[in-house]
Design a protein. Sequence first.
Length: 822
Amino acid sequence: MTMQIGNSKWSSAIPAVLVSLLLSSLFSFAAHGAELRGTVSDPLGAVVPHAEVTLLRDNTALAQTTSNDLGEFAFLSLSTGRYRVRAMAPGFAEQESPDVYVGGEKAPHIVLPLKIGTVTQQVGVSATGTPALDSQVGASIAVIRDVTLSEKLDVHEALRVVPGIQVLQTGPRGGTTDLFVRGGNPDANKVSLDGISVNDIGGRVEFGNLSSTGIDQVEVLRGPNSVLYGADALASVVSLTTRQGTTRLPELTYSIDGGNFRTKRQEVSIGGAHGQLDYFSDFSRLDTGNGEPNSAFHNGTYAGNFGWSPSSSTQARFTLRRSATALGLPNALDLYGIADDSFQKEQDTYYGITAQNQTTERWHNLLRYGATRLRFQFDNPSPTGEAFDPFGSGANFLGNQITLRGANGFVTSGRAILDFAGVYPSLFDSQSNRNFIYTQSDYRFNCHLSGLFAFRYGKESGFTRFAGTKTPTDRDNFSYIAQLAGNLWDRLYATGGVGIEDNAIFGVEPTPRVSLAYYLARLRSTGFLNGTKLRFNYGTGIKEPAIFDESTSLFVLLSQLPNGPQLTSQFHVKPIGAERSRSFDFGADEIAWNGRARLGLTLFHNEFGDQIEFVDASVLPQLGVPPAVAAATPFGASVNSGAYRAMGAEAELEWDLGHGITARGSYTYLDAVVQRSFASSALSPAFNPNFPTIPIGTSTPLVGGRPFRRAPHSGDFLIGFIRPSFTLSLNGTLVGRRDDSTHLTDPFFGNTMLLPNRNLDAAYQKIDLNGSLRINSGVELYTSLENILNQHYDAAFGFPSLPFTFRAGMKLTLGGESWKIH
């Protein structure tokens, strides 16, 4: 594919300068007299003098030193290779750095922050674009790794423990899975893998296909950040990182397990690091019958991560991920009483190359190319159900006689249309291709101020095809990014920036963002209360239209008509615009009990405007569309006419009880309401004759109602017990009642199978138990029990979720740190 960046000289010069800096550094290293230097700091960035620092290689201590009055330390005359350091100081918990390659003219410089107590202190990049401690940022971020992630088959299961997030899977494993963050829509989350976009064009992400295979860490930023991540970062940013090889000798692992519903899973991985190279490859295959007719799911996933460090200051890395899934689609069994025969397949590929260089002690540069390839196929081979043609216009096909009971107490009985009249097999497929180049330069002016400047060019192309009609798109997008971050007195931390998005569809949109954190008193390691942090965030986000939204917009529909260009020019019809969000949040974090507990409280207020809706042609004039233009669209058009707000509160508690026992929990209150909508369901609500006074939104919520499938009350908890040879964890997701619709049409195209939207979906509790037992360094037994209460519930109305499921298996490890190196 040819990528043309345009005619801007300065935008082309940015990557050229960074490429020259990165390439010149490849030949600047020597092979002798290597050094490793660093600084020990506290959680707020202040230096820690007289800390004990140990140099490690393959878990072997090679040397020891003490940090000076400026917190600095150095290890001299080292042979080239990979090292890490461990530091400890009175009043702080022991901390280890990641492995770094040492070799060359420039000594690597490690900043090793110590933490107070044992509560989680993580390094993230989603809030600032560069590695930063969560103690030094005001954003609401969560980092998931280690046991929490490794116990789960799917990434979305691990995300259930994050405050403010509701995960909704339609049906059993593999079903469409949505992520609602602080009330945002499922397509309002920017998801990246090693810096490569996972999103489809328009923002959608299918979390049901995203396994935990090869994933080392998941970082979640709750709130918009289109400054750094451009379009689609409307409600949150989810950053996934692929595991890296670290052991000098190769580490080979193989795991196999099985469970009920004919579930089988195997996974094999190999990883290591030698000299300047590190490598990691992982492949898994999951097959399950899912316990319902025509609901079998298959997922084969490969993940690879390969790094090269030509010098201590330069690193190049190639990552690759490929997944292929197949899923039977029985449709909503609880609504039809019979399984449909549809099925779908999907093949997703993500790959990228990243080069970065620490040009000077203060100046860091990064260059990345990434690509996303998404392929989707849907097939309904034949109609299912009993043929019924009351009007002589073609037979529709009905499900069985059923009785529906909503959690709101309303009941209805009858039959609904499962498959409509038409041509079968009914086929739909889509393709999305995304390529991008990203360049970043960040500079630390002094110990209190740093700046980041970046440029991104993205090339998007793809199509959707239904009933033989193909709808293509081709877009060139540009992003310009500037951000400053600083601190005062090691107590006030601020990040502010602006992104300018130049999108092929909606044009130029600026997106500002400000984040503040302030400590009422400096952190201390003694006493019951150890430090209070106040947080404030303000930001805006944007989202580009999906292919369907673009193809059904007024501008595109008119361009396809003989007199369309004349109407477009006469009435100044513009392309469809971006969806927008504006977000505020305020919060406080308290560290307590000698650093062994953390309590957080956050209040948030989000406004989501210019939401894209398909509006009937008869309604378009109410939006100011000239009647002549509205009349030219046979059915209607997609326009930016919707708006809703979502406000609420998050409370979370993390507690280290000692002896390997940890506990955490959170509660989220969400008050979301639709403020504006011109969709047909909102303007012309349906009425079931059995409830003639209650208006019902058939496919979308009514104005004044709650957005569908978002619970006002939700929570989670996790209790973990970790010992060197044994782990046990109990985690639960608690979700209250939610608004929804049955989305059904009765045999006579009436509304008798609809139920009132309010509180239609029942509350549920999903409790899981996971454990592992290490027999020796090479053998580990593990088990996973999900929904141990065997609760029968529908996360989405009519789609039964899995009851009690179990898996048990064995993991074998050969090599790695278990081998002795002489």
